[in-house]
Design a protein around this ligand. Structure first.
Ligand code: HEM
Length: 512
């Protein structure tokens, strides 16, 4: 008798459990893209390799150009061809323009009150319009050019001075240190309207606090735990919550102080500058911007615009050292157009077609955000003939697409000439090359990033010859795991000056 009641009850409970368990429910209700078999609770977390982009590219060879992967019970779909990228970023863009916010990100972005982590909707449309028409307008980007040129020349001066030090003469330098400093100084001046480091490289008190905040966000990012995907494990990571709280309040305090300083300066002088703090304070009323949004936008620029440039240029110098033919050819172009008795400026870039091809070839082979930023489905949608249920994270593997032998001749070769043969757009209209994404969520800083990266590469090769001591065969060309992919081993290379001494001085400007 008891068995007659218990058995159906057990079956019913099992059925309820299975239906509540997302991977099972998905398989029952949808025709999902194929993928590795998920285990209960962990999904495919046990099998995902730390270097996600290479792991996903390998999986696309096993499961096909579109596949499913479960992190915990959260479904992600990854697309790996240009045709599927078009389906995601153009044909179904309106249904795939939300973002998936982890609890950590939700906290920092105050529930998506910024741009990067906002879902697609009225708030996003308003802030995006502000970015397109105001922050990244051609006029403002051009107005901020003196800051970029100041910092590029400061970087050249710093490499030159170090290369002359007796203990460093003829020795390798860690290239990333100079690029990182340049990117930090540029993006903080652009966003916060201040240079936090003096000409001797000494940080002021605010700069020290900013350095702490930035280093701490790297630390917190690295401590990403399984609790991100298995929420009920969160009780095990209490200290993480406290660390997040401290980070959030220090970041908020820092930014509020900067805003107060600039508001006071504007009241006193009646004038505003081009940088983003002043722009946001000026536009605050017109766009109805709350404080959380202003603070969020300023930090968005720092997080999206700093590592991306450093990473691309480090890969560029490495590729140029591995390909001396290309290095010589771009130097010849610079010597011919700019000459050897003046500095290159951004105004020269339109006359340097080969340099532009070199920069584009770097964005192709080494897109700094190789899986772009994950999108989220706001409704059920069909991609590649498969179902993608509402709430699924969708990633585009820009790295695999740019190395696809079906669309690129000798894809692994660093050959800028390919863009002389065919001028492929990289700002979102050609799905073979999408380092900046495409569609609604296309990177708003794309043109700024291209200008900066092209100028940095141009200056580095115009001013210096570059080589490595151990020979190019020993260079580590693997990526480091992360949302952005630095070189796994920081590049060490010997710079040898090739221009007259007076061209190695920083051209300092105040804030503009
Ligand atoms: C230099 C190279 C850069 C690359 C390769 C790059 C790439 C990208 C990519 C792939 C996305 C995500 C697109 C998507 O979700 O579909 C993105 C978003 C974004 N980028 Fe960039 N970026 C660069 C530089 C910059 C710079 C310099 C800034 C600002 C100063 C910037 C600001 C942003 C912002 C705010 C977003 C979020 C856009 C949104 O969610 O609507 N980026 N970027």
């Amino acid at each position: 008798m008891a068995a007659a009641i218990l058995l159906p009850l057990a079956v019913a409970l099992l059925a309820v459990f299975l239906l509540a368990y997302k991977p099972f429910r998905h398989r029952l209700l949808y025709k999902l893209p194929p993928g590795p078999r998920p285990l209960p609770i962990v999904g495919n977390l046990y099998d995902v390799k730390p270097l996600l982009v290479r792991c996903f590219t390998d999986w696309s060879r096993i499961y096909g150009p579109i596949f499913s992967v479960y992190r915990g019970s959260h479904l992600s779909v990854v697309v790996n061809t240009a045709a599927l990228a078009k389906e995601v970023l153009k044909d179904n863009d309106h249904l795939l323009a939300d973002r998936n916010r982890t609890p950590q990100i939700n906290k920092f972005s105050k529930g998506g009150k910024d741009l990067i982590w906002a879902d697609y909707g009225p708030h996003y449309v308003k802030v995006r319009k502000l970015c397109t028409l105001e922050l990244f307008s051609a006029k403002r980007i051009d107005g901020l050019r003196p800051i970029r040129e100041d910092e590029v020349t400061a970087m050249v001066e710093s490499i030159y001075k170090d290369s002359l030090k007796p203990e460093k003469k003829g020795e390798e330098v860690v290239v990333r240190e100079y690029l990182g400093m340049m990117a930090f100084l540029h993006i903080t001046r652009l966003s916060f309207g201040k240079r936090f480091v003096d000409s001797d490289g000494v940080y002021d008190a605010q700069g020290e606090e900013l350095k702490w905040i930035l280093n701490n966000s790297i630390k917190l990012g690295m401590r990403k735990s399984w609790s991100e995907f298995i929420p009920w494990l969160r009780f095990l990571f209490k200290d993480e919550e406290e660390a997040l709280q401290e980070h959030d309040s220090r970041g908020g305090r820092f930014t509020k102080l900067i805003l107060e300083e600039h508001a006071a300066a504007r009241r006193k002088t009646g004038s505003t500058k081009n940088h983003f703090v002043d722009a946001l304070l000026t536009l605050r009323k017109d766009y109805d911007l709350g404080e959380d949004t202003i603070i969020g936008l300023l930090w968005d620029m720092i997080s999206a615009g700093m590592d991306t440039t450093t990473i691309t240029v480090e890969w560029a110098v490495a590729e140029l050292i591995r390909n001396p033919r290309v290095l010589r050819k771009v130097q010849q172009e610079l010597d011919g157009v700019v000459g050897r008795d003046r500095l290159m400026t951004e105004a020269d870039i339109p006359n340097l077609p080969y340099l532009r091809c070199v920069a584009k070839e770097c964005f192709r082979l080494h897109p700094p955000t190789p899986l772009m930023l994950p999108h989220k489905a706001s409704a059920d949608v069909k991609i590649g003939g498969y179902d993608v249920p509402k709430g699924t994270t969708v990633s585009v593997n820009a790295w695999a697409i740019a190395r696809d032998p079906a669309i690129w001749k000798e894809p692994l070769e660093f050959r800028p000439e390919r863009f002389e043969e065919e001028d492929v757009d990289m700002k979102g209209t050609d799905f073979r090359l999408v380092p900046f994404g495409s569609g609604r969520r296309l990177c708003p800083g794309a043109q700024l990033g291209i200008n900066l990266v092209t100028s940095m590469i141009g200056h580095l090769v115009h001013h210096f010859d570059w080589s490595v001591k151990g020979g190019v065969e020993g260079m580590d060309m693997m990526e480091q795991p992360g949302t952005v992919t630095y070189m796994r081993t920081p590049l060490r290379a010997v710079p040898v000056a090739r221009l007259p001494e007076h061209l190695y001085r920083r051209i300092a400007v105040g804030n503009v």
